[in-house]
Design a binder for this molecule. Structure first.
Ligand code: ZN
Length: 171
């Protein structure tokens, strides 16, 4: 019995000292981004998102809401520039990818860098089978993607204006 006690003491001592790392290493470990199933680069708590976003943006981006059709500021917006994620600023769509779908929401026939920028997730909510699109950087809900697009890609990214910001191209 005594030998076990001594062994335990040795192991405990080793374990204790192995946790003592120089302060610089501790700092490096703390600065590493948290890993999740979707490997998000920009991860925040609900409280942080609520503080950063307007209540309308929070409803769409974080709670997967949908803005009323025709109500969004980018629905009939065709200036030259880049559409970014309203949550994290990731560049998602260009004005060249936007087309007038008459569906009531900003529509795009592609995105800037495929799945690297916009992730597709199967969505079985509201008794429908759809494909949700989210920002790959922060996980913010953008809208849904459909394969009835009128251009050569055949795709229609149906996006909420509230999920987007716009950076005008200066020439
Ligand atoms: Zn984002």
């Amino acid at each position: 019995m005594r030998i076990f006690f001594i062994l335990f003491l040795i192991l405990f001592t080793l374990e204790f000292f192995s946790c003592q790392t120089p302060s610089t290493n501790v700092k490096n470990n703390l600065s590493k981004p948290k890993q999740t199933a979707m490997k998000l680069n920009c991860e925040k708590t609900d409280a942080e998102w609520k503080k950063q976003l307007t209540s309308e943006q929070y409803e769409i981006l974080r709670l997967k809401g949908t803005e009323r059709p025709g109500s969004g500021k980018y629905n009939s917006h065709f200036e030259k520039g880049i559409y970014t994620c309203a949550g994290c600023g990731s560049e998602l769509f260009t004005n060249d990818q936007k087309f007038d779908s008459h569906c009531g929401w900003p529509s795009f026939d592609g995105n800037i860098a495929g799945e690297e920028k916009v992730k597709q997730i199967k969505d079985f909510s509201h008794g429908m089978i759809r494909t949700e699109i989210v920002c790959a950087n922060c996980g913010g809900h953008l809208g849904h993607i459909f394969d009835d697009g009128p251009t050569s890609t055949g795709q229609r990214y149906c996006v909420n204006s509230l999920s987007l910001n716009f950076i005008k191209k200066t020439e």
